[in-house]
Design a protein around this ligand. Structure first.
Ligand SMILES: Nc1ncnc2c1ncn2[C@@H]1O[C@H](COP(=O)(O)OP(=O)(O)OP(=O)(O)O)[C@@H](O)[C@H]1O
Length: 268
């Protein structure tokens, strides 16, 4: 397991017309091994940019990210990604998708197949392991994506709107599954979402970011993720702190969106 330090990260995109976008400015975070943190904020506040920097897909223009004390300089199996959709191999079976990482790493089949089967059990896909990915529903495909990520045994799992394309009921079931996997595996997880409920239910830490420049606006430490491991998520929402926190964050993001709209309408 791994601690993750995001140390004074800035990211500036220079545009062809000579202007630039300051996508992130001075973002610092210390994420302990096994923490689950969700990230919220209005469109364009730098959530995906931050995740891509931690993943090693983008090099920041300032600062650095460290895992287990070493600096992130590119993608690595220690950091797994789960995207909203489209990142699976549609022409392969469920089992071949989940075993893809260990296979590509050149590991012996007898070493990893037991774990692949276990993961298929955990995500509830044991009966579907011979199916092709295109035969599965969206929710099942995201279960495959989670299992495939876990098969690489990453220290840190980065999720960019992993449940965003699912219908409400499937999404709720998947939220419970994410909590179960988090508890069972002890992985460090960062999850980007546009849903305030999802951020509250899945984040023991919730980061609210602000745009222009992208930065940390406020951070919460909440009991709901821990409670949700063993309870129905609808019961967790009955917690006395849930509705007021939700309302506070909703107003916060609403105000930011209004400010952005005002600036845009004013021509800034
Ligand atoms: N490759 C790029 N070149 C130029 N500008 C970029 C690039 N990538 C991101 N940006 C800009 O950086 C800012 C942050 O983008 P980012 O996608 O990280 O935001 P976000 O919070 O994830 O947004 P959303 O919620 O809409 O997905 C935006 O203004 C975006 O237009």
């Amino acid at each position: 397991m791994s601690g993750l330090v995001i140390d004074d990260i800035s990211m500036r995109f220079d545009l062809p017309n000579g202007t630039y976008v300051q996508a992130l400015q001075d973002v610092t975070l210390d994420i302990k091994p096994g923490e689950i943190m969700s990230v919220l904020g209005p469109s364009g506040c730098g959530k995906t940019t931050l995740l891509n920097i931690v993943a090693g897909f983008l090099a920041p223009t300032g600062g650095e990210t460290r895992i287990n004390g070493h600096v992130v300089e590119g993608p690595d199996a220690e950091r797994g990604m789960v995207f909203q959709q489209g990142a699976l191999f549609e022409w392969m079976s469920v089992r071949d998708n989940v075993s893809f990482g260990p296979r590509m790493a050149g590991r012996k089949k007898s070493d990893y197949m037991g774990n692949v089967d276990h993961l298929l059990d955990v995500v509830g896909l044991q009966d579907f392991k011979e199916k092709m990915v295109y035969e599965l529903s969206g929710g099942m495909q995201q279960r495959v994506a989670l299992a495939r990520c876990l098969a690489n045994d990453p220290d840190v799992i980065l999720m960019d709107e992993p449940l965003g394309a699912l219908d409400a009921l499937t999404r709720e079931k998947m939220q419970s599954l994410v909590l179960k996997l988090w508890k069972e595996t002890g992985k460090t997880i960062i999850l980007i979402t546009h849903s305030i409920d999802e951020a509250l239910l899945l984040g023991e830490r919730v980061l609210v970011m602000a745009p222009r420049p992208g930065r940390i606006h406020k951070e919460y430490r909440l009991p709901f993720a821990e409670l949700g491991v063993n309870a129905d998520l609808r019961e967790v929402k009955e917690h006395p702190d849930y509705a007021p926190t939700r309302e506070e964050i909703l107003t916060m993001i609403w105000d930011m969106e209004e400010e952005i709209m005002g600036r845009t309408e004013g021509g800034a």
